[in-house]
Design a protein around this ligand. Structure first.
Ligand code: BMA
Length: 713
């Protein structure tokens, strides 16, 4: 049965206590048999797999994140080859490993022992994920016949100087058996013109690649061919690249230590969300589905996605899409919220994993940075783990020595950051407000009101989030009719964060009237989530320069669930995703209002001073152009009649935020009046919004008497 429905998850999980076999009988061509070497290449085996070819043991795999290539020359015949792959139970394996050494732990929502297996952690449960480990062959399998040699990998490097770009292309060959082979490289420009390349090529008029919002995403194609003396192609490597410099500024400054993407010399304010795997059943993640999700990210004005470390390394098409859409990728390595025991076997397998993925992904223009892990360094500071010298040593070895060395060797032009969050490593206050990136969870996990976001001027927020129910239709797809109550058994199976239902209801109580049914609870929770994220992002964008990134948790879901996502499992946008389109707009007018929300807790407070109604507008210009802006604001009654109005014209420089003078409205009737504001450029409204000075539950909204009808005509 559908493992996502009701509590079917339990039965599906029990199936994973068994082993499974894949078998295939296949024929091959004489041409393949005649090759000097024949490899069976498996790009993804999930996870513990033993393989036999024609009765010969070929393989013992232990890592779903890496690629396996085994020699089969001499084992194959023309007809009726049999391939058998046995997958061993991942749940039994981690349970045994945990029993043997319960000392290494991690996120409590995942099954105990998850850190012992190189399998996407989220599959074993997370605070938004079911315990539904998939199993099997999850990426392509092929037979490769090699004669004379083949291309192992290709390193493309760029040198940008005086408006020109020098491109060098270096192919590393393997399995070479003759000297009579040579490499030929060519470059195809975005216009389709083919340029021959020796070891390098100088481009006089390079078309630069930019993140979304800063310019276009022209792609050049690099073609590398390995030829024999007769000009026959033995092997080929073809990838798209983009011409750009890409680094991260990380220097001491007046506020601490900067953290900021710099593309083509331009400081980028990173805007986007954290990406998690799209499904528990990997075969359902198609390129089309991923493309649609990433297009939704672009539609909401994202320029960044962070691939979170508890999933798996996405497919090539994910990065091709990011290249085309202009989405910078913050790439975590696949380690999250855990302690890892650094045995020699573990070191061997993760080294192969890191190398495979770095080689696969390093050429993508969207690749912004490599990051060691998610929250492992912070584990120590928060007392959740890494509490012995051995564990600390293992952490440092892995994330500050072994992995960065591999990155340095194979991806020398990409920035490496040891962990998210981090201040640069060595357990030096990883979540420091004034250095590096920050995960700010005091609002959700710490129960603070979302106004707390304004108390911090982080340098780069890579996680902060607020849960909301998905659209009722999404919940209906996975619950029985009689279970449509937020606290029902089936609904609680679809809420994996302990106290979260209570938190949602508490936030509703702070801000909104009592929802009349489940539909209005879903709706209200979504409005709250959108407001919470807007509150944070607008504040950090207003402080551009000191703060240079706002990445909210989380973009998507891997099953139908109540979570922090802005797009649910079925691709339905929550209110937050619509709000993101506005608060990530390249040109944003936002309003820092100060009213009851920031000056009083309850209507019965004894206040030392009366609430002062004041506000200040700010323009955040994330474009590369100077903008001639007209800002209008008005005080309006609940029927939207204008009671007061002001217009200001101003010129806003590129890549900066600019405040307008603060306004005070001592006579404003907070329960009946609101402030509306608009930003116009060339007589077009490019950004607008409204604020009230009380909590929404206390505002005397009028019934707009709207009706809607749907007809098929
Ligand atoms: C963050 C993430 C995840 C988690 C999320 C919500 O810290 O890195 O581990 O799902 O918080 O709690």
């Amino acid at each position: 049965d559908d493992p996502f429905f009701g509590d079917n998850e339990n039965a599906a999980l029990a199936l994973m206590d068994h082993d499974y076999e894949y078998s295939l009988v296949f024929d091959v061509s004489q041409r393949l048999l005649d090759s000097e070497r024949i490899y069976l290449r498996m790009e993804g085996l999930d996870t513990l797999a033993d393989g036999w070819l024609n009765g010969n043991k070929l393989l013992e795999a232990d890592n779903m994140h890496r690629c396996w290539e085994v020699e089969t020359k001499g084992l194959l015949r023309l007809k009726d080859n049999s391939l058998l792959i046995v997958f061993h139970s991942p749940t039994r394996y981690i349970a045994d490993a945990y029993r043997a050494d319960p000392d290494y732990g991690g996120a409590s929502d995942a099954l105990n022992g998850f850190v012992y297996l190189r399998k996407a952690h989220y599959m074993l449960g997370w605070d938004w994920g079911a315990r539904l480990p998939d199993c099997g062959i999850w990426r392509d399998v092929s037979l490769l016949g090699v004669c004379k040699g083949r291309i192992g990998n290709v390193l493309v490097r760029q040198r940008h100087q005086d408006g020109k770009v020098e491109l060098s292309i270096k192919a590393t060959l393997t399995d070479v058996t003759t000297e009579n082979i040579h490499v030929e490289a060519s470059l195809i420009t975005p216009q389709g013109e083919a340029l021959p390349v020796g070891d390098s090529v100088l481009l006089d008029n390079p078309e630069l690649w930019w993140p979304n919002g800063y310019g276009a995403q022209p792609l050049y194609t690099v073609n590398v061919a390995l030829l024999d003396a007769d000009g026959h192609t033995l092997d080929q490597w073809r990838r798209n690249i983009g011409l750009r410099t890409m680094t991260v500024q990380n220097q001491k400054d007046e506020w601490g230590q900067s953290f900021c993407y710099e593309v083509n010399g331009v400081s980028i304010f990173a805007m986007g969300a954290d990406y998690i795997p799209e499904d528990n059943l990997l075969s359902r993640v198609t390129p089309e589905r991923t493309r649609a999700l990433l297009e939704s990210a672009k539609l909401a004005n994202f320029n960044t996605v962070r691939v979170w470390g508890g999933g798996y390394y996405p497919s090539d098409s994910f990065y091709d899409d990011c290249d085309e859409l202009g989405l910078l990728v913050w790439q975590d390595f696949m380690f999250a919220c855990g302690e890892y025991k650094l045995t020699p076997e573990f070191e061997r397998t993760i080294c192969a994993e890191i190398r495979d993925n770095v080689l696969r992904l390093r050429h993508h223009p969207s690749l912004g940075l490599w990051c060691g892990n998610n929250e492992n360094e912070m584990f120590e500071a928060t007392g959740r783990g890494l509490n012995t010298y051995t564990k600390k040593y293992e952490y440092i070895r892995l994330f500050e020595d072994i992995i960065p060395q591999i990155v340095h060797t194979y991806s020398p032009d990409t920035f490496y950051w040891p962990s998210s969050p981090s201040s640069g490593g060595k357990f030096d206050c990883p979540n420091d407000e004034s250095r590096g990136d920050v995960h700010y969870w005091d609002v959700w996990h710490g129960g603070k009101p979302f106004t707390a976001y304004r108390n911090f001027l982080f340098r780069f927020v890579s996680e902060f989030g607020f849960q909301a129910y998905p659209h009722p239709k999404t919940l209906e797809a996975v619950t029985s009719v009689q279970e449509r109550d937020p606290f029902s058994y089936e609904m609680e199976k679809h809420q994996r964060n302990g106290q979260a239902n209570g938190k949602i209801l508490m936030s509703v109580a702070q801000m909104y009237p009592y929802p009349k049914d489940l539909n209005s609870l879903c709706y209200t929770s979504q409005i709250l989530q959108a407001d919470a994220m807007r509150y944070g992002v607008e504040h950090w964008r207003r402080n551009r320069g000191r703060c240079m990134g706002a990445i909210y948790w989380q973009l998507n879901d891997c099953w139908p669930v109540i979570s922090w996502s802005s797009i649910d499992y079925f691709g339905r946008w929550k209110a937050l995703h619509y709000a993101a389109k506005r608060f990530f707009a390249p040109l944003l007018l936002s309003c820092k209002e100060e009213g009851e929300l920031t000056q009083m807790q309850s209507v019965n407070d004894q206040l030392a001073q009366p609430v002062e109604n004041r506000f200040q507008l700010c323009i955040s210009n994330e474009t590369m152009e100077e903008k001639e802006c007209t800002v209008c604001w008005s005080l309006r009654d609940a029927s939207s009649n204008r009671l007061m109005e002001e217009q200001t014209k101003l010129t806003v420089s590129p890549l900066c935020s600019q405040w307008l003078p603060e306004k005070k409205l001592p006579d404003m009737d907070r329960r009946r009046q609101y402030i509306a504001y608009q930003l116009q450029v060339d007589h077009q409204i490019v950004s607008q919004g409204s604020v009230i000075m009380t909590r929404p539950k206390h505002f005397l909204f009028l019934d707009p008497k709207l009706t809607a009808a749907v007809s098929n005509d």
